[in-house]
Design a binder for this molecule. Structure first.
Ligand SMILES: [Zn+2]
Length: 270
């Protein structure tokens, strides 16, 4: 299957290719545990994740920099009040865009090629990835840049398993995204990996912006254990093994079937 702008997100493409977000659905991030049953239900069109306002605000800013904002506005009439004015949440998106556009370096980062689709075989599966801004190998600024709109750039997230705080980068698994995008790009052009940057803006009262260069060591670390995980995902997608239910996520709650009473302490099991 040849991926284009119009079939990139299609169910067929998601079945044939693994993506970073799909991988996270199966395996999880610090922010959100994975669930094989939910991930498979999404692939089969039996479950749709709720689209939050925060996600829409991010998509609005993405669409602006992709140059598809007009199309996005038609697709999402919920952005507007009856008088045609933008709703408050999306005024924020406009504010973020205007702040970004005032910064020369941020704009330089965003000036690469938009929506470049990469595919390659990695760890025993075909992967797909699409860049927000790609500066090719001839460019003096050769890099892959991903745009993120977050609540607060400096927010710290407590990870119990690590016994430490992490930034939004590790929390949402963007180090893994960087690692995979580097490999996809390298599979096509060879040579060394190109740097991966997160160009980020936040939604605080006064928007803060930064371009964050991910450390190569952190991205390499994010790939630890990926081979076994991909093998499992490939088997699940091929229907060779049964997906395990996490029994905690919304999908598992929605599809749960009771067979017997539970004991009191099971209610507060951690
Ligand atoms: Zn689940």
């Amino acid at each position: 299957m040849f991926l284009t702008e119009s079939n990139y997100y299609s169910p067929e493409a998601n079945k044939e290719f693994l993506s970073v977000s799909q991988y996270k659905d199966f395996i999880g991030t610090w922010a959100k545990p994975g669930c094989e049953a939910r991930a498979m239900a999404k692939l089969n069109g039996e479950w749709e994740e709720e689209v939050t306002t925060a996600m829409l605000v991010g998509s609005y800013v993405d669409a602006h920099f992709e140059g598809t904002l007009n199309w996005f506005r038609i697709k999402h009439p919920e952005f507007f009040k009856k008088d045609g004015e933008l709703k408050k949440d999306f005024e924020k998106a406009e504010q973020v865009i205007q702040r970004i556009e005032r910064d020369e370096f941020f704009m330089l980062c965003m000036s690469g090629e938009k929506q470049v689709i990469f595919t390659a075989e990695l760890f025993g599966a075909m992967w797909k990835g699409k860049t927000d801004s790609y500066h090719d190998r001839k460019s003096p600024f050769s890099s892959i840049v991903d745009l993120k709109v977050v609540k607060n750039l400096h927010e710290r997230f407590w990870v119990k398993d690590l016994g430490q705080y992490v930034s939004f980068i590790e929390w949402w698994g963007y180090d893994l995204q960087g690692a995979i995008y580097q490999l996809l790009e390298q599979a096509k052009f060879g040579g060394d990996k190109v740097p991966f940057y997160i160009a980020a803006a936040d939604k605080q009262k006064v928007t803060d912006i930064d371009v964050i260069g991910l450390r190569q060591g952190d991205m390499d670390n994010a790939l630890v254990g990926i081979e076994g995980n991909v093998k499992r995902i490939v088997e699940l997608k091929a229907g060779l093994v049964e997906p395990v239910r996490c029994e905690k996520c919304d999908y598992c709650k929605f599809t749960k079937k009771l067979t017997a009473p539970i004991s009191t302490d099971m209610l507060i099991e951690v």
